[in-house]
Design a protein around this ligand. Sequence first.
Ligand code: DAT
Ligand code: MG
Length: 155
Amino acid sequence: MDEKTLVLIKPDGLQKSLTGNILTKLSEAKLEIVGAKVVRVSRELAEKHYQHLKDKPFFEDLIKYFRGKLHGKRFERIIAFVYQGEDAINRVRKIAGATNPEEADPTTIRGAYGRITTKGVYENVIHASSNPKDAEREIALWFQPEEIVTDPEEK
Ligand code: DAT
Ligand code: MG
């Protein structure tokens, strides 16, 4: 089934100059990009994005990391994409790899490029939606409907 999924290149991915590598790796999924933009992440957006983790002990550090507060002013941003296509959510998650970058398969984006800092922050390079419900919520949080292209015949 045709699905949409949200992909975010996090500040560590930007600082490490990984945008090109990440997009190349994601192209293996044979999906199309239907939305893209650079976003400075407000506290409100970060907290909404990670609302399911708000009671976790690592929440504050996660929000700081996600907003680029650990990577210097030039990296206080995220690049957001919406990918669309057959089984998009699972295909992208597979290429992204497991949440814990030390446990992720080394051929995945997180396994190849992620790390856990000495303070325990998972710097896992990208976000990818986990399931259809999350994908729908997350895409609506990051994109206005008119920022996503649709096929001409759908208009
Ligand atoms: P995912 O990003 O794989 O969907 P998630 O939604 O459970 O995983 O968590 C969101 C982010 O929170 C994850 O990318 C990194 C961070 N995180 C999750 N578990 C963590 C932990 N035990 N310690 C530190 N950071 C964690
Ligand atoms: Mg998640």
